[in-house]
Design a protein around this ligand. Sequence first.
Ligand SMILES: [Fe+2]
Ligand SMILES: [Fe+2]
Length: 267
Amino acid sequence: MPNLLVNHPTIRSYRRDRKNLFRASFVLFRQLTQKGQVFSLSHREDHSLRMLDNLGVFLSAAGSQRILIPAIALHDVGVFHTHEICHGPVSAELVRPHLPSLGLHQDEVEKVCSAIRAHDDKSFVDDSKEARALRVLDSIDAFGELGVYRFLEVYCRRGLTPPDMFVRALASLERRRQMVPTDLFRPADNWLINSAYSKAKEIMQLMLDGFHGKPVPGYAAEVYKALEIIDWDVYDNKKLEKIIHDAKSPSARDFFLKLWAELFTTQ
Ligand SMILES: [Fe+2]
Ligand SMILES: [Fe+2]
């Protein structure tokens, strides 16, 4: 398993000043999440790295990178510290005392914390470019096969069970789609975003139909394909690999329940 922070192409592309802020933000993320009591595979560094990779496709300015880089790197620290649905304020308060050590001025500290809080606190509004960019990039990463995994993990942690969790995930997926305005991206990027959204919706719908007992041809194969595409080595997690390879031709319900038990209830 190579060191993500050294080898990731996003880091190689940043100029030195941005690179230092980038590295320091991710070191802080690691320090703060290691102290947390909650485990999450779906909100580790690779989630923020994908968001930073997608930052380049914004047509309009996404605001100050001195605000956005630490906001993206640190926005989900709270996920590792609380089971509450609303983790934005927890992230903001945990990172606030450490932000000056990244070289940020006090006004920048406040902007980073505001964007972080607003990404997951419906009662708190931040309409700055940086806060909007954080919300949009976060929503895009909820699409595609990885997005499906992320929904399942988050809803399992909140105590939801199938098939309700699929219904809620489909509704949340729709809200996130509405949150991504098409005028921010080039047509080709909009097409990719929409394809990823459609893929996540299709897999969720398959899971829901399978749990309602509808005979869905190729259900397990589709779920298998969807999960197999994820680079699980990032997590050094051999459990999923084993579940997938053990799953010859189970029913939809059996396959998912096994997956669920292994991945979500034994952490
Ligand atoms: Fe979040
Ligand atoms: Fe996030």
